[in-house]
Design a protein around this ligand. Sequence first.
Ligand code: ZN
Length: 202
Amino acid sequence: MNTKFQQLVKLFQRLPGVGPRQAARFVIALIEQPEESLRELGESINNLKRDVSFCNECFNISDNSHCHICHDMKRDRAKLMIVEKITDLESVEKTGLYKGLYHVLGGAINPLDKINPANLRIKELEKRLGEMAESNDIELIIATNPNTPGETTALYLRELFASASWRKKSVSITRLGRGLSSGSHLEYADEITLKNALEYRK
Ligand SMILES: [Zn+2]
């Protein structure tokens, strides 16, 4: 087998959910593309870090300093949903049921992967909450995944919030509820399950 081919297959396997067979299929599909479109793809990947920026408030992908959700004055500014990743935010947005704001942590606490609270956007979250709780009673919805890292993060946040100095106004903290089976990922939950989990948050 060609070593350059194998090298590219290995690179594709770094993407979430891509196994060796699928990676090989991707590379074969690329070989069949015209040179020009390959160059276009390469350039987009090359410039990805430079061209894609994040919302200063919630860390969603954005063209500007504030994403379309943070920008939307019709959203309920007393509700904040804390998610691990942008893909989780997108899954919840698809249900059309949630009208509050988000905060994307950038992952979940996982000592095995050397991800601790300092690697997540928790400082930024606390700063935001401080500002939000100045003037409003707020509801925090902890929507980390129902697996070990997600539960660890949820517990960590609850403990952190319990003693927070910004809790001048009333703060209710909920977690997505029934229907989400333990060990699963929000990102792959179907819309009906997510709707139930939102509706029956506890
Ligand atoms: Zn935003």
